[in-house]
Ligand binder design. Structure first.
Ligand SMILES: [Ca+2]
Ligand SMILES: [Ca+2]
Length: 209
């Protein structure tokens, strides 16, 4: 039976677990020596296997859910991992396509040198296009035809309207004009056509302007 005194004579191989537990070289043998009251002693060794069974912990940088405007740029804030032994690298899974609106999931994993895997952390990034196009117009002149009608296409009054998405669909609230429109809307000043129409009797003199 080992006495407290005998235990005090253990070989001096010691372990500082706070520093040594993560190194393979920490594994080794200890020698236990037992000595009786008459100074007879005997020793035996015991192998010490040091094991790290504690997984890293991952902490997300930034928010777990983010909404970003499309066609800008996105930089993932990443995540950091801490471990009782070291600072494991964080592996990022997934990617965000800033040029394609949608919902993206990024995952973060980390393992320590002993193969203990951290609980996966993730981030949801929603890419939205909430920016309306830029509309640029140009003033144009249209001429009434022999029947007193005229039409305008969106392309005729567009002067480089654009959107970051690269595509815009153009439409006009009004595409056809006639003599009545001419009479009722001073914006549609069509001098040449007016002159022609007056000469043809479609307009009377009061519209001569
Ligand atoms: Ca660990
Ligand atoms: Ca847009």
């Amino acid at each position: 039976m080992l006495t407290e005194q005998a235990l005090g004579q253990l070989d001096k191989l010691t372990f500082n677990l706070a520093n040594a537990e993560c190194r393979a070289s920490a594994n080794g043998n200890v020698t236990l020596t037992a000595t009786d009251v008459n100074n007879n002693s005997a020793s035996a060794t015991a192998a010490i296997k040091v094991v790290d069974a504690i997984a890293p912990t991952i902490t997300l940088n930034g928010n777990a859910t983010e909404t970003v405007e499309a066609y800008t740029s996105y930089t993932d804030a990443g995540a950091t991992a801490t471990d009782n032994c070291s600072a494991p690298e964080v592996t990022v899974g997934g990617a965000v396509d800033i040029n394609t609106p949608g919902v993206y999931k990024l995952t973060y994993d980390a393992s320590d040198a002993s193969g203990n895997a951290a609980t996966q952390v993730s981030r949801t990034v929603t890419v939205v296009d909430n920016t309306p196009p830029t509309v640029v117009t140009k003033d144009i002149t249209v001429y009434l035809d022999a029947n007193g009608n005229a039409s305008v296409t969106p392309q005729q009054v567009d002067n480089g309207s654009s959107d970051a998405s690269g595509t815009v669909t153009l439409s006009l609230d009004k595409t056809t004009f006639d003599v009545e429109a001419y009479k009722n809307d001073s914006l549609y000043t069509i001098p040449k056509a007016k002159k022609a129409l007056i000469s043809k009797g479609y307009l009377n003199e009061k519209f001569k302007g």
